[in-house]
Design a protein around this ligand. Structure first.
Ligand code: 5GP
Ligand code: ZN
Length: 116
């Protein structure tokens, strides 16, 4: 199983080759601020394991994705988000995915940024 891709932007962030504003890290996950935030608080949760997209996810990743998802409320609270948040996973060309290393956007803060 491939665990890292030397050409992948987010694998380079995991490896510390590209700097990021880290919010949280453990053995399995890294969370950092999005470089172009769409919301007052906008972080990206990524597995350290290189998984290109949600389209590659299978049952073997259930615990990892559960861990990632379950972390969101705690991180949002710690980042001062008290009134709700949005989580997004873009997948593939028609899903608007730009970086092909699985990531979950978690966005919060006062609402005017959120349309629709
Ligand atoms: P996608 O469209 O693939 O779901 O989102 C990729 C996200 O990664 C975008 O919101 C973009 O701003 C963010 N991003 C792209 N390059 C970098 C980077 O080098 N550092 C950080 N922190 N975020 C990045
Ligand atoms: Zn990667």
């Amino acid at each position: 199983m491939t665990t890292t891709d030397p050409n992948c932007l987010f694998c380079k962030i995991v490896a510390g080759q590209i700097p990021s504003k880290k919010v949280y890290e453990d053995e399995q996950l890294l969370v950092f601020h999005d470089i172009h935030p769409w919301a007052p608080v906008h972080v990206l949760l990524i597995p350290k394991l290189h998984i290109a997209s949600m389209a590659e996810v299978g049952p073997e990743h259930a615990a990892l994705l559960g861990h990632m998802t379950a972390l969101v409320p705690r991180l949002m609270r710690e980042l001062g988000v008290t009134n709700g948040f949005r989580t997004v996973v873009n997948t593939g060309p028609d899903g608007g995915q730009e970086v092909y290393h699985l990531h979950m956007h978690a966005m919060g803060g006062p609402r005017p940024w959120l349309k629709g």
